[in-house]
Design a protein around this ligand. Structure first.
Ligand code: 9D3
Length: 257
C-alpha cells in the first residue's frame, strides 16, 4: 500500500517513519510513503501558503493554489489515490473506517494547519474528510499519522512477528482482557493464579470473563454491538455487577512483601 502525504511540516514524519514497525515495513516494501510540501509549489519569493480569511476573523487559511498543485503532484501516477482531507469537521475515524480505507491501493492524506483549508480545495480535490476525534490538535499531521498507522497495520505483512492485527481480537467488539508477564508478584500485586496454572481451557475462560467484565464496567455500549458466541452470552449473564467478581483481575489480591 502506498501513502502520499501533503504537509507543510514533512519533518514531523521523520521519527514516525524511521522507527519500529513502520521503518521495517518501509524497508521491506510492504508500504511506501511520499511527502509533498505545498511550500515547494508556492510561486512567490516567500513561498506563502497561508492568507487572511475572507469575511474577517482570527487566524489564517491555507491558500488554495499551492495546496492544489501539491495534491496534484503527490497524486500523480497510477492508480489514482483516494484523497482524504484531515479536518476537525470530518467523519470521525473508527476501525470500520480504517478497514474501508485499507481497501485502497493508494491513500493521499492532506494535512491542514492554521484555521484550515480554503473550502474549495476540499470541494474540488477531496474524496472525503476525516477527523480523529472531538478534541483539538494543531494540524492534520498527528491525525494523518494515526490514520496511516491504523491502516498500515491491516496491510498484509506489516505486523511481522507480532502476527495479524485482526486475529488479536478473539471476541470481536470487546475490550481486551488484562495482560501480565513476569514477575508473578510486583509491588504487592500478584498475577491471577489461573494464568500460572497452565490450564489453557481455564485461561481462555478467565480471559473471556475478564474481557466481558471490563467491557461491562468501562464501555457497556460496546456490548450491544459485540459478536458474542453462546458461551460468551452465558458468561455475560452471570456478570451482574459493574466491577468484576473476586477472582477477576481488576483488583488483584495483595500478597506478601
Ligand atoms: C475554533 C475552531 N477550531 C476548529 C475545531 C479551529 C481549528 C483547530 C484546530 C482548526 C484546525 C485545527 C487543526 N486540527 C486539524 O487540522 C485536525 C484535527 C483536530 O484538531 N482534531 C481531530 N481531528 C483532526 S484532523 C485534522
Amino acid at each position: 500500500m502506498r501513502f502520499d502525504l501533503v504537509t507543510l511540516f514533512p519533518d514531523l514524519f521523520g521519527g514516525f517513519l524511521s522507527e519500529a514497525l513502520m521503518a521495517k515495513a518501509l524497508a521491506r516494501g510492504v508500504i511506501r510513503v511520499t511527502l509533498t510540501n505545498p511550500r515547494d509549489f508556492a510561486p512567490d519569493r516567500h513561498r506563502t501558503c497561508d492568507d487572511r480569511p475572507y469575511g474577517g476573523g482570527p487566524g489564517m487559511v491555507l491558500k488554495p493554489e499551492p495546496l492544489a498543485l501539491a495534491i496534484e503532484a503527490a497524486g500523480a501516477g497510477r492508480p489514482r489515490p483516494w484523497r482524504v482531507c484531515l479536518t476537525p469537521s470530518g467523519t470521525r475515524l473508527n476501525q470500520a473506517k480504517v478497514r474501508e480505507l485499507q481497501a485502497h491501493k493508494r491513500l493521499l492524506m492532506i494535512c491542514g494547519r492554521y484555521e484550515g483549508f480554503d473550502q474549495r480545495v476540499i470541494d474540488l480535490m477531496a474524496d472525503e474528510e476525516i477527523s480523529i476525534g472531538d478534541y483539538v490538535v494543531n494540524g492534520g499531521e498527528a491525525p494523518a499519522m494515526v490514520l496511516m498507522e491504523a491502516v498500515a497495520r491491516l496491510v498484509p505483512g506489516f505486523m511481522g512477528r507480532a502476527g495479524s492485527a485482526e486475529e488479536e481480537s478473539h471476541q470481536a467488539g470487546l475490550l481486551e482482557y488484562p495482560h501480565y508477564t513476569r514477575p508473578p508478584s510486583f509491588r504487592g500485586l500478584s498475577v491471577p493464579e489461573v494464568l500460572l496454572s497452565g490450564h489453557h481451557r481455564a485461561v481462555a475462560e478467565w480471559r473471556l470473563k475478564a474481557a466481558l467484565a471490563r467491557t461491562l464496567a468501562k464501555r457497556p455500549e460496546l456490548l450491544a454491538a459485540a459478536e458474542l458466541d453462546p458461551a460468551a452470552r452465558a458468561a455475560l449473564g452471570s456478570l451482574n455487577r459493574p466491577e468484576p467478581p473476586a477472582s477477576s483481575p481488576a483488583r488483584p489480591k495483595k500478597t506478601g512483601p
